[in-house]
Design a protein around this ligand. Structure first.
Ligand SMILES: [Zn+2]
Length: 267
């Protein structure tokens, strides 16, 4: 079996697995509205804070913050490797994993670097949301009844109102400008040099089924549109297509975040 399993196969498996059914095979689940609740299997507790969402096909514990999809549940609960969890669920739901040739080593290492860069950028955006400069964005989210837990669960962040905040942050982590451009985080200026693609926006990371950060969706602050009603400011700016992000295929995390937040009358 090759080391990597194609994205569409992983998505196919997840679309056929019912996470509530899977988890209820291990621990008793109690229905609670649209979700299920249980005593968390990952930490000791007396009141149930472990939640399974059939709508989102994820689980999350508000006590110990463990959470994820069907693959991560098996990895966590059964102490399986990712590959094992995928193979087990594939067998369970009748999906055949094709034997694929090893991905070109160079492409694989570029992808690995891009995932890492996005991870770093996401951490920076999250940090910004909790800084004084992110206060307006955070207040806005809180005013829309987005809970702190939801912000953390979907790793929401804020891009500072600067042309080079993420460039400086990521350059200081020894990431080259050419990689930042490949990751879609920066744009090149006509006269030379680069600037941040995302500025003064709320950041929604886009995840794949393995919780890797593929790219970002960025929403303008409504206060900005109110302040400049005549300026044509795009409501959303998204990452461009990159070696790890194909539009229309990878909207997993973005959809999750939007769905969760729509429940709170946002987006
Ligand atoms: Zn827990």
């Amino acid at each position: 079996m090759a080391g990597r399993i194609a994205q569409n196969i992983l998505e196919d498996i997840l679309s056929r697995v019912d996470i509530a059914e899977l988890i209820s095979g291990y621990i008793p689940l109690k229905r609670s509205g649209r979700n299920f609740k249980a005593l968390c299997p990952f930490h000791h507790e007396k009141t149930a804070s472990f939640t399974v969402s059939p709508d989102r096909q994820i689980y999350h514990c508000f006590g110990c913050a463990k959470g994820g999809n069907a693959f991560s549940f098996l990895m966590e609960y059964e102490r399986m490797e990712f590959q094992e969890a995928v193979e087990l669920l594939a067998r369970k739901c009748g999906v055949t994993i094709p034997e694929t040739s090893k991905e070109d080593a160079k492409t694989a290492s570029l992808s690995t670097q891009l995932y890492k860069i996005n991870e770093l950028a996401n951490a920076f955006y999250m940090q910004n949301l909790n800084s004084s400069e992110g206060q307006t964005a955070k207040n806005y989210l809180i005013k829309r009844n987005i809970k702190e837990e939801t912000l953390k669960l979907f790793r929401l962040g804020f891009a500072l109102d600067k042309w080079d905040a993420s460039i400086n942050y990521l350059r200081a982590k020894n990431i080259s400008l050419s990689l930042l451009e490949k990751a879609g985080l920066v744009l090149s200026k006509e006269g030379g040099g680069y600037y941040d693609r995302f500025r003064n926006r709320i950041i929604f990371p886009i995840f794949d089924v393995n919780s890797r950060t593929l790219g970002f969706g960025a929403r303008v602050l409504p206060t900005l549109i109110q302040a400049k009603p005549d300026a044509s400011i795009a409501k959303y700016v998204n990452s461009p297509e990159t070696p790890i992000y194909t539009k229309g295929r990878h909207l997993y995390g973005l959809n999750l975040a939007k769905e969760a937040i729509r429940e709170n009358d946002f987006v």
